[in-house]
Design a protein. Structure first.
Length: 330
């Protein structure tokens, strides 16, 4: 009996000791957890997860001469602007901080030309960043050049993209040839609906310099042939109010019209289209006046200095006589 009593007492003492130890451990853990989860902060030891860790990128960029029109070309001493589409691609994005261009290859000292945000367009394409007007070096050899963009977001992520091209062209375009074509079935030697006049330049002309915002696609115009010495031919806008800078053509004879005539002012419009180095005019409906030239002649085209090439070089005004032997026009 005594042995069983002692054994039970020992078990009770062991259980009590174990329970006491567990209470002590729990109390110690509670103090440690309370210290670990203390909500006091230290500005110098905070850990903040970055919401945006991806650098912004430019999806497109182009250089455009100040005159507008076809982008990607400039001339030495010419003025231009840089355009870009840049976006912060973080998840979530922190927003753009800056966009700068390194254009030192074409403009000395412009290693970080700032681009400002906004709504802009060049060559019919929309952009959300553009630089101020910059000036190319006064002496800049013709050829291929490039520039780069450096963009940075508010979170401090930055990236650089390079290899954006620009062509420097310092050669002024000239008149290369002028020709007319008689539409099949029309009367040879008389300007009629469907006959054409082709102005060929030494290089592609910027269509914007001929008609504001023109892309080169077929557009309506009005042709005039004046009853005067050489029966000069000129081209006007579709409203027949403003002469276009295609210069004037002396048709080489005085009998293509018996009275000054228009083509396309009413009825079927005359049209103008640019392809490569040539602008081709197709005559529209003629007013009273066209007549049949009695014999052959040679045309002379005097260009306009208001026309310019893709780099902004003004066309020379040196007159050009049509190539080939004397013939009846139209």
């Amino acid at each position: 009996m005594s042995s069983r009593t002692d054994s039970g007492q020992r078990r009770r003492r062991f259980a009590l000791a174990t329970f006491t130890a567990m209470l002590a451990f729990a109390a110690s853990a509670a103090v440690a957890w309370a210290l670990y989860t203390d909500n006091s902060t230290s500005d110098g030891n905070q850990f903040v997860a970055a919401a945006d860790w991806v650098a912004p990128t430019a999806s497109s960029s182009v250089i455009g001469k100040s005159q507008g029109g076809v982008p990607g070309y400039i001339k030495q001493g010419g003025t231009y602007m840089l355009y870009a589409n840049v976006a912060d691609t973080g998840a979530p994005a922190s927003g753009m901080a800056s966009v700068n261009a390194n254009a030192t290859a074409i403009t000395t000292g412009q290693g970080a030309a700032a681009l400002s945000s906004g709504s802009f367009a060049s060559g019919g394409i929309a952009y959300n960043y553009r630089s101020a007007t910059l000036t190319a070096n006064a002496v800049l050899a013709a050829g291929n050049y490039s520039y780069s963009l450096a963009s940075k977001d508010i979170a401090g992520n930055s990236g650089t993209q390079s290899g954006y091209p620009v062509i420097v062209d310092n050669t002024a375009p000239t008149a290369a040839d002028i020709q007319t074509t008689n539409k099949a079935g029309n009367t040879l030697g008389r300007p009629d609906l469907g006959d054409t006049v082709a102005y060929t330049f030494s290089e592609p002309i910027d269509p914007h310099s001929i008609l504001a915002n023109w892309t080169g696609a077929s557009t309506g115009v009005v042709v005039r042939i004046t009853n005067a010495t050489g029966d000069p031919l000129t081209v006007f806008n579709a409203a027949n109010t403003t002469q276009l800078p295609l210069g004037s053509i002396n048709l080489g004879r005085n009998d293509y019209v018996s009275a000054s005539a228009t083509f396309g002012a009413s009825g079927t419009a005359s049209t103008m289209v640019l392809s490569g180095n040539a602008i081709t005019i197709t005559l529209g409906t003629a007013s009273a006046g066209p007549s049949i030239a009695s014999t052959t002649g040679t045309m002379t085209w005097t260009p306009s200095a208001s026309a310019y090439d893709r780099a902004g070089n003004a066309e020379t005004t040196t007159a050009r006589t049509e190539t080939g032997s004397a013939d009846r026009e139209f």
